[in-house]
Design a protein around this ligand. Structure first.
Ligand SMILES: Cc1cc2nc3c(=O)[nH]c(=O)nc-3n(C[C@H](O)[C@H](O)[C@H](O)COP(=O)(O)OP(=O)(O)OC[C@H]3O[C@@H](n4cnc5c(N)ncnc54)[C@H](O)[C@@H]3O)c2cc1C
Length: 409
């Protein structure tokens, strides 16, 4: 199921004449495109979008450059938000994902402040830790089983706007046309730049790296989602998340690298240096390092335009303080599917910039906006007032209400 024959499209003159139809004929004429919806990227955002299209009867194309399973820079912690979205779309799916070989369900968190204060928190909605190679492959396969689609395993190279959709040109020479586009190609994919002309600026992204520690490394990360706000990394943190086989995903993220700062080195030194803050002790797997930028969520940033939605990291939906993005990717996948389907059925929704902004951006930011704003305040606190951050963590160790508030972030 690896795509359509080379050269299905590429007949520019033919398309131009098709799209010269008067407005009231748009719906019929647009049906001449190869696909109704193309999803670029098969990570959590794209796979959830595909899943949410189950039963729509639409012709769907998925373009994914990697052959799954593939490794992905990630802490492997799947937040409760993602699990709730998937449960809503496919009851029982999170329970299936929890059966994956590396998966471990966790309801406990541990937070250590910059000056040694610490508290344990209990998540209202437990999360899952599972290697992304396994998670993403299982999710995409599940979505493909629910929603018939054509999978093109190739990198998207360029996009050509058409009067009523887009032409997608792939690196392997194939081209396809689509009426709507769900851009879910992550933080480093080309869609955002191609669609909006904007590249991510340094101030809009943070950076994170991860690797694994062998079983037996101990520390709080052996049985909880553990975070350390280390003075040297503020505003940023180190993490250790346990997997089913006893290994721990460890990593470090910062808002901005200081001159000469090396995240891999900082993490390796941190795990090598004994301390009484419940950190794990072991040498990180030198062969497993992966790092990537994280485009941070900003309530109100435009994430749609005529005929397209930007999903997940491609839309810059990573939580500004905690750095997680799988939940937002899943939610955006679900809402984009709804908005794009509505735009195919309701004339006017896709043609103007405001149409999809109302159908997609608005409901998404109603859900995510308050948390983005709260997290941005937390980042400012870490940067300008580390003692206040420390105070909050110490207070939380004595206040159930505050612990719940922290856990909800
Ligand atoms: C070190 C690190 C740790 C993190 N830890 C966590 C965590 O513990 N929990 C959490 O929730 N989030 C975490 N995140 C963030 C999380 O990884 C992302 O927010 C999440 O993967 C976003 O999902 P997505 O589907 O939008 O993008 P992605 O998962 O990046 O998927 C995008 C897909 O698009 C494909 N693609 C890219 N370019 C093209 C192209 N040109 N053509 C076709 N396909 C293309 C890619 O191959 C990929 O499969 C972490 C990020 C980093 C860097």
């Amino acid at each position: 199921m690896n795509g359509l024959p080379v050269g299905m499209f590429g007949r520019k003159g033919h398309l131009a004449s098709q799209h010269r139809a008067p407005n009231h004929l748009c719906y019929v004429e647009m049906g001449a495109a190869d696909f109704d919806i193309a999803i670029v990227g098969g990570g959590p955002a794209g796979a959830t979008c595909l899943l949410a299209l189950a039963g729509s009867g639409l012709r769907v194309l998925v373009v994914e450059k990697a052959v799954f399973p593939r490794p992905k820079a990630c802490g492997d912690a799947v937040p409760g938000l993602a699990l709730r979205v998937w449960e809503g779309l496919a009851p029982g799916l999170p329970a299936r994902l929890a059966q994956l070989p590396s998966a471990r369900s966790l309801a406990d968190g541990y937070v250590c402040g910059p000056f040694g204060g610490r508290c344990r928190v209990q998540f209202v909605h437990p999360g899952l830790v599972v290697r992304r190679a396994e998670l993403d492959a299982a999710l995409l396969a599940y979505a493909q089983a629910q929603t018939p689609c054509t999978l093109a395993t190739a990198a998207l190279k360029s996009l050509e706007p058409l009067p009523d959709g887009f032409a997608l040109h792939l690196a392997d020479g194939r081209s396809f046309t689509t009426r709507r586009l769900a851009a879910a190609d992550g933080a480093t994919g080309p869609c955002r730049k191609l669609l909006t002309g904007l590249a991510w600026q340094a101030a809009e992204v943070s950076l994170a790296v991860r690797t694994y520690l062998p079983a037996g490394a101990g520390g709080a990360g052996a049985d909880a989602l553990a975070l350390w706000f280390d003075k040297a990394l503020l505003p940023g943190y180190l993490w250790a998340f346990p997997l089913a086989d006893g290994t721990q995903n460890v990593g470090a993220g910062v808002l901005r690298l200081r001159p000469g700062q090396n995240l891999k080195q900082a993490l390796a030194q941190w795990t090598a240096r004994p301390a009484d803050d419940e950190r794990p002790q072991a040498e990180p797997d030198a062969s497993a390092w992966l790092g990537q930028k994280l485009p941070l969520g900003l309530a109100g940033r435009s994430i749609s335009g005529p005929g397209y939605c930007l999903l997940g990291d491609a839309g810059g939906l990573v939580a500004p303080a905690t750095g997680d993005g799988i939940g937002q990717a899943a939610l955006s996948g679900q809402l984009a599917a709804q908005a794009l389907v509505a735009s195919l059925r309701q004339r006017g929704l896709a043609e103007t910039p405001q149409g999809l902004a109302q159908a997609y951006d608005a409901p998404l930011y109603r859900r995510l906006g308050p948390s983005f704003t709260a997290q941005r305040r937390m980042v400012a606190l870490g940067r300008h007032a580390p003692w206040l951050l420390e105070g909050i963590i110490r207070l939380a160790s004595r206040s159930e209400a505050l612990r719940q508030r922290l856990a909800s972030l």
